[in-house]
Design a protein around this ligand. Structure first.
Ligand SMILES: Cc1cc2nc3c(=O)[nH]c(=O)nc-3n(C[C@H](O)[C@H](O)[C@H](O)COP(=O)(O)O)c2cc1C
Length: 184
């Protein structure tokens, strides 16, 4: 089904979606860092900037990150040249108190990252399907950092390389109507 837009919005928002048909073409650190730069300028509660990232774009780290993914995600995400683990610091640096908004703010940062990628001709696909306990061990992540998601980043490849089940799902997903989102 084709996406329908009721209003004229930013092209990057209209064009972004979550493909699985990654090309295995490498991307350089210099191509990844502007995405982190976009994330860096997200707003956050008390400007805490709770987002943290582990970039896997070299063979050894990529293998480690791939080993954490759920098998259903490995099927396609193992081709991506970069996998970024997104974390969120749970407490405020100023006073050590719980930061209720850490996940909210890191989510905003991921949104900015994905739109910057879209602008630069890169594709992104976030995944919740991975072993968080294993991620904590493999990357030695301290308890003050919440583990949120792994994002695959790269260039679009060939839909025909996906297994048939995934080829069927290889399209932008539609959305609920606006009136379903607005509560009384
Ligand atoms: C936090 C989060 C977790 C997700 N987890 C997975 C996942 O494990 N596997 C997968 O194939 N897609 C995953 N997705 C992708 C969503 O299914 C996708 O964003 C949603 O269907 C909307 O489609 P669109 O991004 O193409 O607009 C995830 C997305 C987000 C934001």
């Amino acid at each position: 089904m084709k996406r329908k837009f009721n209003y004229e919005i930013l092209n990057v928002i209209k064009e972004r979606w979550s493909p699985r048909a990654f090309s295995n073409e490498k991307i350089s650190r210099e191509e990844i860092l502007p995405l982190i730069e976009a994330a860096r300028f997200a707003p956050s509660c008390f400007n805490e900037q709770p987002w943290r990232f582990i970039i896997a774009d070299q063979e050894e780290t990529l293998k480690k990150m791939q080993s954490i993914l759920a098998p259903a995600n490995q099927l396609w995400a193992n081709k991506a040249p970069a996998l970024i683990l997104i974390l969120a610091k749970k407490t405020f640096s100023l006073n050590g108190k719980d930061n209720y908004w850490h996940m909210f703010d890191s989510g905003t940062a991921w949104g900015f990252l994905s739109l910057e990628a879209q602008k630069r001709g890169l594709i992104t696909h976030a995944m919740g399907g991975f072993d968080m306990d294993k991620a904590r061990k493999v990357f030695n992540i301290p308890s003050d950092l919440e583990i949120i998601t792994i994002v695959a980043v790269g260039k679009y490849g060939n839909k025909d390389d996906l297994i048939p089940d995934l080829q069927i799902r290889e399209h932008p997903d539609v959305r609920m109507d606006i009136d379903k989102l607005l509560l009384k």
